[in-house]
Design a protein around this ligand. Sequence first.
Ligand code: COA
Length: 163
Amino acid sequence: MTSPPFPIEPARDDADRAACARMMCETDPWITLGRSYDRCLVAVSDPGRELHVARAKAGEVAGFILITMKGQFPGYIASVCVAATARGSGLGTQLVAFAERRIHRESPNVFLCVSSFNHRARALYERLGYQYIGSLKDYIVPGHDELLYRKTIGPWNSFTPTT
Ligand SMILES: CC(C)(COP(=O)(O)OP(=O)(O)OC[C@H]1O[C@@H](n2cnc3c(N)ncnc32)[C@H](O)[C@@H]1OP(=O)(O)O)[C@@H](O)C(=O)NCCC(=O)NCCS
């Protein structure tokens, strides 16, 4: 089933950030990774990152994507999450496509990490054209690796930013 596109916009306020942190800490992979509500709130409130939320009809947050545009590898999707009740309808795909358009204004590369136990998310990223780069062993918790993926539209030397 494909739902109509949800509007995606920058998070507006603390209520949006709290909704994202709640959504994160109540689901895997963050449960297994030991991320409490407070740590999730710190992550989504980082002023060095961009938090974009997808809104359902009543205005509540149906999903979000957190992006980093700074550092040696700009264009990193730090987190993407869809409310448990809204999964499987295309919103995750829509959020990733939104992030790719945003990142490609400044960089030809989109990076992300996915936990080794998150098989369905890995399947989604591979379907969307992400290439597995390598494994960061026991990166967050012992026994589980973080898998680095990249999707590129070409080398830096032939890339022209649009901002
Ligand atoms: C991964 C996630 C963002 C995908 O969002 P979504 O709206 O369900 O994605 P779409 O509807 O566009 O695509 C569905 C595909 O997502 C993948 N997927 C991953 N986890 C899923 C879940 N819990 N429920 C449904 N689909 C999931 C599957 O590949 C699925 O394809 P399938 O129907 O063939 O199994 C969402 O499932 C989620 O928030 N999961 C929990 C948090 C998470 O794992 N985030 C990624 C961290 S790297």
